[in-house]
Design a protein around this ligand. Sequence first.
Ligand SMILES: Cc1cc2nc3c(=O)[nH]c(=O)nc-3n(C[C@H](O)[C@H](O)[C@H](O)COP(=O)(O)O)c2cc1C
Length: 316
Amino acid sequence: MRTRVTEMFGIRYPVIQGGMVWVAGWRLAAAVSEAGGLGLIGSGSMKADVLREHIRNAHQATRMPFGVNVPLLREDAEELLLTALEEGITIFFTSAGNPEKFTKPLLDKHCTVVHVVSSVRQAIKAYMAGCHAVVGEGVEAGGHNGPAEISTMCLIPQLVDAVPIPVIAAGGIADGRGLAAALALGAEAVQVGTRFITAVESSAHDTFKRLVLEAADDGTVLTFRALAPVRLLRTPFARRVIEAEQRGATVDELRRLLGRKREMRGMSEGDVEEGQFEAGQCAALVKDIAPASAIIERMITGCHNAIMRVARFTDS
Ligand SMILES: Cc1cc2nc3c(=O)[nH]c(=O)nc-3n(C[C@H](O)[C@H](O)[C@H](O)COP(=O)(O)O)c2cc1C
């Protein structure tokens, strides 16, 4: 499968594994890259020294290209970027913040920079900042969402029309049908998060993996709209947030309810009562724990099958 994105990174399949806090360490990123996709180390839950270790381990584990995701709103974003550069990283997926500040310095160092966007306005901004591609992330996606709450189905074709750089679709893509649909919408690759939570190589707590496997069609909910919208599994903590929001809790109350380290307590430590578990609507499509290589192979086979199925409709 050849698109501008596979060419850009020198990868076999147009499948990128999203950089995910507490889930996407070196094991997952290396396994995805070895399997022909592009693995990303999620630095959002790491201090600089931890990131350095993950990059070194990934370099030991694979010679295939892999990258690092850096959420730009982090206070230490610059330190994370510099650490990744020192360790030889040339592929950066930036998110959650303004792409203007860091894109140019990364381009000066001959890096490939992709920014995650959730609206047409943000995509144009990323393009103007010099990004090589954008990830268009719909509101179905797990984790932090954009305030515009646009679905992947509606967002991707608008981005394709708005910017000349390649668009990578994210949000709700868990199998080959989703990949085929994204390509049909004009995307040139997909960024997959939730499906990889239950990869063998993911560092998600076993309880987190189990919760994803058990999720039903309405198993996730968009919370904390007044702070920073985040899609969570409907666990006891998420229900408390929904209740607070429904009775009109103030921003300060929500901030107090969120407290600190909820992500770590949930996704890394498996605390079902108090933790926060980020996952997308497509959790309902995730049925097993499997090696990253199997997830990708199935996705590619499923994509071919979906395209053939559609082609048969037009044969007659
Ligand atoms: C557990 C989890 C953690 C995530 N953490 C990050 C992150 O640190 N940085 C980021 O840019 N995106 C993050 N995301 C978003 C993913 O990179 C990806 O874009 C998204 O999951 C795609 O939608 P999907 O969940 O429907 O596959 C996270 C998603 C999940 C599910």
